[in-house]
Design a protein around this ligand. Structure first.
Ligand SMILES: Nc1ncnc2c1ncn2[C@@H]1O[C@H](COP(=O)(O)OP(=O)(O)O)[C@@H](O)[C@H]1O
Length: 176
């Protein structure tokens, strides 16, 4: 199976993807590494702008059958399941600050998590979308939850988080 692990930067995609790939005996690949390896996208400042259609086409032709794809664009790749990781926006903020993200970028990503941006994108691309709230869980617990859902035949589980009640606690990060 091809499984995309997507979500706002900082929710734990890479951590969970590597662990899940190991747990399933699958290949691990990240959109970022793949794009660089295959010359997809162009550098704009210190970021790489990726054409998601080009990415989806080349990845679909190139990657193996059993693979975990890590990245906040991975839901654009044709896969069997899209796992959308969610985390309390305050946790996302704290992790991105630790990663020395600029205040503006922290605000953009906290807002994206607050308004379910990646979930909405994933639902436009794939029927099989499973949302997992990672808040307060260890990477191992998250992986076991994903394995349990997939082994249980769950194809779709969305609408499990609502961060609207967290607004007052994170508004400081949203101010530009
Ligand atoms: N379940 C978790 N519990 C605690 N810390 C976590 C968890 N998942 C990830 N982290 C930490 O959060 C930071 C971001 O994780 P990472 O996997 O790089 O996120 P992403 O790939 O979504 O940007 C890292 O420092 C990582 O160690």
């Amino acid at each position: 199976m091809r499984i995309a692990i997507t979500g706002t930067p900082g929710v734990g995609k890479t951590t969970v993807s590597k662990l899940l790939a190991g747990r399933l005996g699958y290949e691990y690949t990240s959109v970022k590494d793949f794009a660089v390896e295959h010359g997809i996208g162009k550098r704009v400042g210190d970021e790489i702008e990726i054409d998601v259609d080009e990415l989806a086409e080349i990845m679909d032709e190139t990657i193996g059958k059993n693979v975990v794809i890590d990245g906040h664009l991975s839901h654009y790749v044709p896969v069997d399941f899209v796992i959308v990781l969610r985390a309390d926006p305050k946790i996302v903020a704290q992790r991105l600050i630790e990663r020395d993200y600029l205040k503006k970028k922290v605000g953009e990503n906290v807002e994206a998590e607050l308004i379910d941006e990646i979930l909405v994108e994933a639902l436009e691309e794939n029927e099989n979308v499973i949302e997992v709230d990672t808040t307060g869980k260890t990477p191992e617990e998250i992986v076991e939850e994903i394995v349990h859902l997939l082994e249980g035949g769950v194809k779709r589980r969305v609408g499990i988080v609502d961060w609207s009640d967290r607004f007052d606690d994170i508004v400081e990060y949203l101010r530009r």
